[in-house]
Design a protein around this ligand. Sequence first.
Ligand SMILES: CC(C)(COP(=O)(O)OP(=O)(O)OC[C@H]1O[C@@H](n2cnc3c(N)ncnc32)[C@H](O)[C@@H]1OP(=O)(O)O)[C@@H](O)C(=O)NCCC(=O)NCCS
Length: 154
Amino acid sequence: MIQIRQAEITDIPEITALFRNTITHINSKDYSEKHISIWASGADDIDVWETRINKLYFILAEIDTTIVGFAYLKNGNYFDGLFVHKDYQRQGIGSKLLRIIESQVMMNDFEVIKSDVSKTALPFFDNKYYEIIKKQKKNFKGVTFENFIVEKSF
Ligand SMILES: CC(C)(COP(=O)(O)OP(=O)(O)OC[C@H]1O[C@@H](n2cnc3c(N)ncnc32)[C@H](O)[C@@H]1OP(=O)(O)O)[C@@H](O)C(=O)NCCC(=O)NCCS
């Protein structure tokens, strides 16, 4: 049974381990080794994770006491992050987190949710009726990543 709750600062070690493992094992199908190592190194930016948890709408999915996914929303309607544990892919966890994030956007009185998503996540967002607005190149730690701006209107 999947439980959803707000993230807390003490969850950071498990959140960052999940982040690193999912990027290394799942996103590695779509990005080069160099991209994966730079992206995964974001796990070490503990102050950034603290700010996300303190300032954003940041939720976790748990099965028993294991964190199996997380998602966070910025500025009311910008869906900034969604990661599911590498061993729990395709079990509906991403869908559940997305539904709760979308409800929050509606409660925030927005009619559109926006995100920029990885190549890996594109089929998931396509399945959820998100429209691709454009392909873009985004710089992270001096390396250019290709991803997609997507949005959905309610
Ligand atoms: C994208 C992601 C969050 C999806 O989470 P998930 O829990 O596996 O997704 P769900 O099980 O809820 O999938 C729902 C539907 O989306 C579609 N889908 C999800 N992943 C897919 C994939 N890799 N290929 C094709 N379709 C996919 C399917 O239609 C799926 O339904 P089905 O399994 O019944 O066929 C997850 O794969 C992930 O963590 N990816 C790596 C991190 C990432 O790139 N995050 C985006 C950051 S920008």
